[in-house]
Design a protein. Sequence first.
Length: 636
Amino acid sequence: MEELSGTSKDILKDNISKLQRIFPEAFEDNNKINFEKLQELLGNDVDNSQERYDFTWNGKKQAIKISNTPTMATLRPNKEKSENWGGTDNLYIEGDNLEVLKLLQKSYTEKIKVIYIDPPYNTGHDFIYKDDFSNGIDNYLEQTAQVDSNGNQLQTNMESNGRFHTDWLNMMYPRLRLARNLLTQDGAIFISIDDNEYVNLKKMCDEIFGEVNFEGTFIVKSTPNARDYGHIGKMHEYILFYSKNSELLKTHALEDKNKRFKYCDERGKYNIHPLYNSNESFTNENRPNLFYPFFVDVNSKNSDGFYNISLTKSKKYTKPVYPPKSQKNNVQFVWRWGKEKSQKYINEEIMGANINGEYKIVQKMRNTKKIIRSIIEGKDVTSRKGTAEVESLMNGKIFSFPKPVELIKLLLSTESDDDSLILDFFSGSSTTADAVMQLNVEDNGNRKYIMVQLPEKTSEHSVAFKDGYKTIPKIAEERIRRSGKKIKYNHPDANIDTGFKVFTLDKSNIRRWNTSPDKLVEQLNLISNFVDGRSMDDVVYELLLKQGLPLTSKIEKIQLNNCDLFVINEGKLFIALGNGIDADVAKNIIHYDNDNDKGEISVIFQDQGFANDADKLNTLETLKSNGFKEENVFSV
């Protein structure tokens, strides 16, 4: 049996495979890329100039390497911290988001519809994580322990630091590269920021997501009363908005609560709008089918001042009306509708009107929605509102400057569907999780979330610490828990998932995946290949994640004579752990009632669970003879 790899998805290897599928001619012996051949295949789209527009900084190449380097880490389930473990599909993950994003690559690539993040603004007092190319998980465990006696992080990025902007860029770049992989093709990402790093973030995102996928920048009036220091009273922050593929992005219009209507008929309220197309690019020369006359019955004026119209001239319909010409360039406009559509809705949705002495053709506009505006303001989106929400829910000022729920709901409403998966990997107090639950209540949705947060310690002098919240995740988990209870109380009939499964980032549960090469023989001679103190659940979740199955997979446990057989997602993956693994275990797998193609089912055995090599071989042969593929059977 092939030994299962303990790494997360190899991004670099995967990208080379994609390139090879598109340009097989550019690959030579041993799968080496011939760049001259690749340039020939790309033709004139290659930039060979010596001087070109570029955005670079010290450490950028290292940041790219870090994003491409797989991790051997794992995510361990913590049922005690979780809420409704067996009935929820929401995830809360404690750990460094870089390592977590790597671990999510196999299971969640192109599965996330919307990402929202509120990263450190790099104001001179932020914790900026220092990534290590050589060993990410050891570096994470070491750095999260580096705090002084007051609980303050030693890695605070002060403005006096000579690499002030560089350190921030090196932290953000690999995380955004990995995040892009997780977005669906029609997905979007929103990133909050202020003046300190807006320019650098914009350039970085243009490179990672592509300038063509930049949808715009929101200006959020976060501090209406301004902050009176410096030379300008700042009242706003920014939110950058990028899509994965702008051509596939679909944005939902939002209900316009301030919409007012002037008219009403049997179908409801409406306003009017001219039927002609005011774009000078469309004229009677290139759109002749949209240039034709209507005829108005000038004696048919109704109580609202509108007139009946026809597409045919007659004794009754005598007044011809054509689209007007542009005032600026005297270009002939055309109608927005062709004759067939106009005939279908004539005198129902389109009609004549006399405006300032001229007869016009107008359309009834009943839409109560509008697309999101670039300026976001109002008392519900201010920093003060976000602070008040958490203070009210948690009975104290335990978190500084959380984003308000309404702001995140607004963003999610534009790009998420009612069953979308939402990710926030700088989740802080978990406003995003709160917003997902509240939005689900409003539209009866079934959105799910993944929150990721570094377990930063709170200061010993803070209200949070004194109230028992020693880390930010403790604050967030309790916030989600209380918000869920509040939602259930206010909406007892709503079928809303208010639970969450907690996972914590840690070293692998498998000894040989943790050890250095010089200690490998020593580790292999141990009685168990599993790390001391790790549970079967720890191992199962690591194996399913590294096989590319989601953390919310359904797990069934079948207890056999001397081992446990775990059935994942109704038979897509089988994991056998414990002693006494033999061909009888294979028979249980074969006879498990499921509709999966046996050639696509994966099976993982604990290698030390076989009494001898003969049992191992017989087990493998039993599976192969019943349609299982050898390349899908692993030992660990």
